[in-house]
Write a protein that binds this ligand. Sequence first.
Ligand code: ZN
Length: 149
Amino acid sequence: MDLKDLYQDLIVDHNRRPRNFRRMPDANRVAEGFNPLCGDKLTLYLKLDGGTISDVSFEGSGCAISVASASLLTERLKGATVEEAEALFADMIPLLTGKLPENAPREHFRKLAALEGVKEYPSRVKCASLSWHTLEAALKNAGQPVTTE
Ligand code: ZN
């Protein structure tokens, strides 16, 4: 696999113009994530309305993969149910680490499937998974900053 397959247009675009990149003063869940290996840092904001994620945003700084991953996450989860978010989280980590079976359904990933290429680059897996671990912390309202180490 060529490195350019990892930095495909969709990922480059989401890094250049991250979606939902803003602080959310009225969020009811907030979590922070840090990947010391690369220096990626982000804060994820959620507005939970019953069992629905009515709004989701993030801010922070990091490499192209971490920013694009967080941007794609917010785009995918806006309006989703918490149940759907948990199900995606459960499949997202295997997708990024190459542990999702070839024949497993992938439709529910939608654009997130573009991140599957990181499985060929072990040093970038934590960049791509950081926003997902941070999401999980926000949903569980753990309160402690998440680190990939
Ligand atoms: Zn990174």
